[in-house]
Ligand binder design. Sequence first.
Ligand code: DGJ
Length: 564
Amino acid sequence: MRNLRTNVIDTGQHKHHGVYLRSGLFRCTWWVVSIIFGIMPARGQIASTIPHLAKHGTATQLMVHGTPFLMLGGELGNSSASSLRYMAPVWPTLKTMGLNTILVPVSWELLEPREGEFDFTLVDSLIQSARENDLHVVLLWFGSWKNSMSCYAPAWVKMNQRRFPRARMSNGKALEILTPFSIENKNADIRAFSELMKHLRIMDGRQQTVVMVQVENEIGMIPEARDYCPEAENSFLQVVPAELMAYLKEHRMSLAKGFSQSWESAGGKMSGTWEEIFGKGVQTDEIFMAWQFARYANDVAAAGKKEYTLPMYVNAALMRPGSKPGQYPSAGPLPHLMEVWRAAAPQIDFLAPDIYFKNFSEWLGSYDRSGNPIFIPEADQQQSLTNAFYAFARHNAMGYSPFSIESAAHPEGNQFSKGYDVLRQLTPLILEHQGRGTMDGFLLDSVAQVARVTLGKYIFTVKHEYSWPYATRVEGQIPRYGGLIVQVAEDEYFIAGSGVVVTFQSSSDDGTSVGILRMEEGTFVRGLWMPGRRMNGDQDHQGRHLNLPGGEFSIQKVKLYTYK
Ligand code: DGJ
């Protein structure tokens, strides 16, 4: 560990005008020293020793240092991590809010300001600060695309449009979007990303502060559904790649509805051009474009993994109901295009939604299919953190991360510090029960005011706290409340979250009634349950229910019994 810290500091001292040379005496010396002292993992490290994904029942979990890890995350605003001075006061607030992971952009323009010259000073310092604040890091590669655009491409790329061609509109107008049809664009991105991953392996392979990498950001075509540059036009007339057709055939029964409709209504053919197979229209333009974007992202990820095999994912900008491809970023890793992305990009471990819309559970559900692991890299900071409880318990999410976390007001007492404190306590329990069928989550708001959960021999009816006349209310609004239930023994359950009232029934309809034998609030300290108040009388409505008050996050343990 000490050696690695020295490494970060050392590398800063060996800069050449603030920029690394790709080869040179220092680099050679460093490699030799690293290998001799065993501080640098070799290129094909054993997969289980570096962060990786692993199955746990039906769940997919992130493993760090060989143990499951639940990310209580937050993503930095786009420009914050470009300045160490700006970041200095941010780090302690992240710690105050109880995050264990921070999602940090790495921009191509700052990493490779001149072609072939890489500056890792910023990346190293950010990782070092994360370590000093007990945080893990997910790096976001802002390479060829960031929210459709190519604004993070270095100036030497932006200025040389002949070598690095742009996507074009149907009227021929060039966009500030690198076309995915150019090998030169892709290779330039690959070279930079590979250098980044190689550097990470060397400086972080042992300490594993960085646990995962996002490839590009919210890829998608805008303002039209596809690219019309000459290479795109040519490619559009070619036959659909055999790999895609084979994948579609194999997954025919489980394709997303919108997608299979396009295919079936054009005759369900097995070979032909894009329009022959999927029909004419923006839906086909989008499918075509998704294949190209996914192929490009796959090749970037593959090259990076060759250097350092961290889990890699892509994130999606979701669309408003009724909007058309091109009105929203067309062809991104969206639920209706999941099969195209999976067929084209086997090196991408999963597709992740950025959920800013209020119908959080619907969007999450649409990503939790055909084995796609769940991670929410961006969530609306204004929305309730009960979303995280729900995601971890219902969808076995490996992490949750509100966007622009550093701008959250009152870090010492806001919903993140309160909610992440409880989730941190619950982490061993959540990780143990993910994918085992012994845990579930629920979300309640003005639309869904009741949820029913069956675990073991009991049915739990979970109602919004406002359904109870004695609940404390904020006038004029129905806040989102929710949480999770974990079964730990035949009659024993932990219930955690905020703003709910839970009643209990037997799952057998033979007239059996259910009562509360014992109920207590409490906290987990280093994984051990420390009971607080015994909850009875007014606190359990004279034996009728369990209440987790709104406006805070808490845990209660209940033991039930049956009678006739
Ligand atoms: C989604 C993007 O992925 C983020 O980088 C940021 O631009 C947010 N939108 C802003 O809301």
